[in-house]
Write a protein that binds this ligand. Structure first.
Ligand code: ADP
Ligand code: MG
Length: 384
């Protein structure tokens, strides 16, 4: 008895899935390039990246449809590499529903149990439970062609869950559906995950979907994981310039360090987050989210002295966009750097093109990077 308790206590710290130095080569080309990742039991983790970044290849190796060129896949500390797909205790849902057209909804869902030779009574019990779970009880006798896209995808999810796998892999499962339906199914999936306590590894190229669904996101680029964390952390504190430009919108300013917390920008001195090891005149990149940078008219700025811990640069308005909740403003600094900022709507005159402005942001809200590639700053960079 005590041995069992000790054993499970040990397991609670251990990740459910570990990818260790995983590689997949097609000829010389590394589709998956030395990926290491631990996934917790019960976690909802999403692989997010542009097309061709290696998400599906990684998922296929987990499912067992592709063999790694090197590296390990462990589940509960046991290697999966030589375990065939149907013995992995892993369910899989693809973008294409891949339902059997000649079978009813009920028989589609029952299929994995039939091939696993479950007793008929147990099979019926589980299929009924699944039909209820995905709310398709009234449709049990229909063929897939008599269902909407969203309903078909719910059948595919039920079929993947019916044999109670511990891990569910989903590769762009909602990609073929329109926006409204996709959002409804995202909500359903989140609830399903909460109720079942299952581990879900989800693939998408849609950052909003990744944010809505996941507890953690792994950002893929060129076969590597270049960012890992909650959507909140990745957005607020991107680990590098690529993640900053990939997730949401960002302003990049090129500065020269003048100490560990000061840098010059277009001849002006700005305060930056304390960054260890900066050399004088070293190039540093500053990243400020548009919603963290405010444009004030010169008059407003003169009435509101700059608060401690804030920075200010001079700029000129290029364009003002009214977006309902907020006004977005494109500006260009006196040194020619373009920025997108929030127009602070004063009681008086709204900003307009050509107006001189002061752009302000809090030092704490700006990330500092010491290494980056020019291509990182370009949003479309990851795409092939
Ligand atoms: P994602 O799912 O992120 O869009 P994939 O994992 O499908 O990307 O593909 C990663 C890269 O590997 C792509 O450049 C793709 O062209 C390449 N690739 C995938 N499968 C094969 C294959 N069977 N043969 C050659 N190249 C492949
Ligand atoms: Mg893919």
């Amino acid at each position: 008895m005590s041995a069992v308790i000790k054993d499970s206590a040990q397991h609670s710290d251990q990740p459910l899935v570990s990818l260790r130095n995983l590689n997949k080569y097609y000829g010389e080309f590394a589709a998956v390039d030395d990926i290491s990742l631990d996934i917790k039991d019960g976690e909802f983790l999403t692989f997010l990246g542009s097309s061709g970044s290696g998400k599906s290849t990684t998922l296929s190796m987990l499912a067992g449809f592709e063999t790694p060129s090197s590296g390990e896949i462990l589940v509960n500390g046991q290697s999966l590499v030589n375990v065939p797909p149907h013995k992995r205790d892993i369910g899989m849902v693809f973008q294409r529903y891949s339902l059997f057209p000649h079978l009813s909804v009920r028989d589609n869902i029952a299929f994995p149990l039939s091939i696993r030779k479950l007793a008929p009574a147990e099979r019926e019990r589980r299929v009924d439970a699944m039909l209820k779970l995905v709310q398709l009880e009234q449709f049990a006798h229909r063929r897939p062609s008599q269902l909407s896209g969203g309903q078909q995808q719910r059948v595919a999810i039920a079929r993947a869950l019916v044999y109670e796998p511990r891990i569910l892999l989903m590769d762009e499962p909602l990609g073929a559906l329109d926006k409204k339906l996709r959002e409804d199914l995202q909500d359903e999936l989140r609830q399903l995950h909460r109720r079942l306590g299952i581990t879900i590894i989800y693939v998408t190229h849609d950052q909003e979907e990744a944010m809505r669904l996941s507890q953690r996101i792994a950002i893929f680029s060129h076969g590597k994981i270049v960012g890992l964390g909650s959507g909140y952390d990745l957005y607020q504190n991107p680990p590098n310039a690529f993640v900053a430009s990939f997730l949401g919108n960002s302003n990049f300013l090129k500065l020269k360090a003048q100490g560990n917390a000061v840098a010059s920008f277009e001849g002006q001195s700005l305060s930056i987050r304390l960054t260890a090891g900066l050399q004088t005149d070293q190039d540093v990149l500053l990243m400020v989210r548009p919603e963290k940078a405010l444009a004030l008219s010169v008059e407003q700025a003169s009435q509101e002295p700059l608060a401690a811990g804030w920075n200010e640069v001079s700029a000129k308005v290029v364009e003002v966009l009214f977006l309902g909740e907020s006004q977005t403003c494109s500006v260009v600094t006196s040194g020619g750097t373009s920025m997108t900022v929030k127009a602070l709507s004063a009681a008086g005159m709204p900003l307009k093109a050509g107006d001189p402005v002061r752009v302000r942001w809090a030092t704490a809200d700006a990330c500092v990077y010491t290494e980056w590639a020019e291509s990182d700053l370009n949003k479309a960079a990851g795409a092939h």
